[in-house]
Design a protein around this ligand. Structure first.
Ligand SMILES: Nc1ncnc2c1ncn2[C@@H]1O[C@H](COP(=O)(O)OP(=O)(O)OP(=O)(O)O)[C@@H](O)[C@H]1O
Ligand SMILES: [Mg+2]
Length: 230
């Protein structure tokens, strides 16, 4: 089995996607707690960022005072951060058999710079493939938000970053873009209604995660005992 060096379990790569304010960070924390309560220790990370180099690029991309740039330059910076992220964080953790959960990954670029930003999707897909070496998540959870009103309410008190400050029209395309993702990557994308209350979203996500972990050979009903016997 691939990725079984460290823990006796295969590595599993899960990404959380969705528009700004869709609840990704909230759900990452809840998912992480659930996995930890079963004796698993997931790697929790985010993009852009995750590495010191990537966090510097994050600042350049998202700081509201960062200089304006073309959407293609922005795309290339995301690719550079992603390249570091995959080689320094994701691949080593998967090779140790860890569960890696990231807030945002290559699909964010497909949606924000491609579908909403106008960079041809074929260009985005080529750059993503170069940056990731072809590494796709085993499961991508998209927190789907239908109405602008929902995110506007949630983000009302937040100091918006450079990309969150873009027009309502741009963000509408972002929400639409996320709905197109499953057509492109149906084998790994699962939609969750991000407009539901926090507990309902958490329960739906947990079901999806249990499914993928079961497919990978984890027995979650017996997880603690399974790990103790390793
Ligand atoms: N299901 C929910 N119902 C109501 N409010 C929620 C829900 N999920 C998250 N929130 C609230 O919405 C706000 C944004 O949530 P959160 O930071 O988790 O979103 P995010 O997708 O990580 O946003 P960003 O794209 O800015 O990182 C927070 O104040 C959070 O408490
Ligand atoms: Mg967040």
């Amino acid at each position: 089995m691939p990725g079984t060096i460290g823990t006796g379990f295969p590595g599993v790569f899960i990404s959380l996607e969705g528009c700004d304010g869709s609840g990704k960070s909230t759900q990452m924390a809840r998912l992480s707690r659930r996995l930890e309560s079963l004796g698993l220790s997931p790697v929790i990370t985010r993009e852009p960022g995750g590495t010191p180099f990537g966090e510097r690029i994050r600042q350049l991309l998202l700081d509201p005072d960062s200089p304006d740039r073309s959407i293609l330059s922005e795309t290339l910076l995301y690719a550079a951060a992603r390249c570091e992220f995959v080689s320094k964080i994701v691949r080593p953790a998967l090779a140790e058999g860890r569960i890696v959960i990231t807030e945002r990954y290559a699909d964010s670029t497909w949606v924000y710079q491609g579908y909403a930003g106008g960079v041809p999707l074929s260009t985005i897909e080529t750059l993503n493939a170069i940056a990731t070496g072809g590494l796709e998540p085993d499961l991508t959870l998209v927190l789907d938000i239908g109405e602008e009103r929902v995110v506007n309410e949630r983000l009302a008190t937040k100091r918006k970053d450079k990309i969150e400050r873009r027009s309502g029209e741009y963000h509408q395309k972002v929400r639409e873009g996320y709905r197109q993702l499953a057509r492109r990557y149906p084998h790994r994308v699962a939609y969750v209604d991000g407009g539901l209350d926090v507990h309902s979203v958490e329960a739906i996500i947990w079901q999806e995660v249990v499914n993928i972990l079961s497919k990978k050979g984890y027995d979650l009903t017996d997880e603690k005992r399974g790990r103790e016997s390793l």
